[in-house]
Write a protein of this length. Structure first.
Length: 299
C-alpha cells in the first residue's frame, strides 16, 4: 500500500490504516472516550499479543492518544485543561510509591524548532532532586515527595554518542524509578498535527517517525520503566498530497488508486517532512502545556 510508506509515530493511525482496509487485527483492542465539554477525545490502543505487535509494528503495551482540536491555538484555559488531563493519565502509569525518583529526558535537537519539544519541556520543569538530596524531603513540604531530575542528551550529530548511551550512564548514577521520555513525533494525518498527545508505557524510539531509527529507550534497554510522551509536529509531505486528492481518490477502485498515487507522488516526497509556519509559537505553548502537566504530577 502506498499509504503504508508514509511515516507515523501514532499507534492510533497505524490501527486506522487497517480499519480503512477492513482488516481486523487480533490482539489489538481500542477504547474510546469523548469529553464534549472540554472537546477532548481519548483513545486507548492496547496491543496485547505478539501477533498484534507484529501487525502494528510496535511493542506490546498501551498507547493513549489525546486529541484536542484547539491545542494549537493560544487559549490558556484550554491548555490548562489539557495539562490536567495529561497529569491524570500519567498518574495511572507511574509506580505507586510515596518517594519516587523520576528522570525526564527531553529528546530532540534544540536548534531545529519542530524537534525542540523535548528540550523545551525539560526547560519548564520544576527540578527537585537536588533540593531533596541537600535538605531532605521536609524542605518541599509535600506529603508525597518525588525527586525530579532532567536531561537533554542532544542528538548524535551534536554529541557523537547514541542517546541510549548517555541516558544509561545517567541512570546508572542516579538510579531513577521511572524515566519519562518526551519527543516530537510524526503524523500521517494533517488534522492531528500539533493537536495530539500520545502517552505510552512502552518507551520511545528517537527519530523513528522520520525514518531515522536510533536505539530505543525502553524498559529492556534501560532496566527501568519508561513512559513515552510525544506530539506530532511534522507530517510526511506525501500525506499532504494524498489529503488534497482525497475526493478524487474516493472515486477510484483500490488498484486504480495505488497506480494513480505511484504516478503522482514522486519518491522524494516520502523523505520530506513539513511543519506549520507558526511552529515557533506552537512549540512554546505545547512544551509549556506538557511540562505543566508533569509538574502537576510530581510537584
Amino acid at each position: 500500500m502506498i499509504r503504508g510508506r508514509i511515516h507515523t509515530d501514532l499507534a492510533l493511525e497505524a490501527k486506522e490504516r487497517y480499519e480503512e482496509d477492513n482488516v481486523e487485527i487480533r490482539g489489538v483492542c481500542i477504547e474510546e472516550e469523548y469529553n464534549e465539554e472540554k472537546d477532548i477525545r481519548t483513545t486507548l490502543v492496547k496491543i496485547e499479543t505478539e501477533n498484534g505487535a507484529r501487525a502494528m509494528g510496535r511493542p506490546q503495551g498501551s498507547y493513549l492518544t489525546l486529541e484536542a482540536p484547539n491545542l494549537s491555538i493560544p487559549d490558556e484555559g484550554y491548555h490548562r485543561e489539557i495539562s490536567e488531563e495529561l497529569a491524570r493519565q500519567v498518574k495511572k502509569l507511574i509506580p505507586e510509591k510515596k518517594e519516587l525518583t523520576v528522570l525526564v529526558v527531553g529528546l530532540g535537537n534544540r536548534q531545529v524548532t519542530p524537534d525542540a519539544l523535548g528540550p523545551d519541556v525539560v526547560d519548564n520543569l520544576k527540578m527537585t532532586r537536588h533540593i531533596i538530596l541537600e535538605y531532605g524531603a521536609q524542605a518541599m513540604g509535600e506529603q508525597n515527595m518525588y525527586q525530579v531530575s532532567g536531561l537533554v542528551p542532544g542528538v548524535m550529530a551534536q554529541t557523537g554518542m547514541e542517546t541510549l548511551e548517555i541516558v544509561k550512564g545517567v541512570i546508572n548514577e542516579t538510579k531513577p524509578d521511572v524515566v519519562i521520555a518526551v519527543d516530537a513525533l510524526a503524523a500521517r494525518s494533517t488534522k492531528r498535527l500539533n493537536r495530539t498527545i500520545q502517552i505510552t508505557d512502552t518507551g520511545i524510539i528517537p527519530g523513528s517517525g522520520v525514518g531515522n531509527h536510533r536505539n530505543g529507550l525502553t524498559k529492556e534497554t534501560l532496566g527501568v520503566k519508561v513512559i513515552g510522551i510525544g506530539v506530532p509536529t511534522v507530517v510526511d509531505a506525501a500525506t499532504i498530497v494524498q489529503d488534497s486528492m482525497e475526493k478524487l481518490l474516493q472515486t477510484l477502485e483500490e488498484k486504480e488508486k495505488k497506480e494513480f498515487l505511484e504516478e503522482m507522488i514522486p519518491p522524494a516526497l516520502y523523505s520530506m517532512f513539513v511543519t506549520p509556519k507558526d511552529v515557533d509559537e506552537t512549540m512554546k505553548r505545547l512544551s509549556y502545556t506538557i511540562s505543566e502537566g508533569l509538574n502537576r504530577v510530581f510537584c
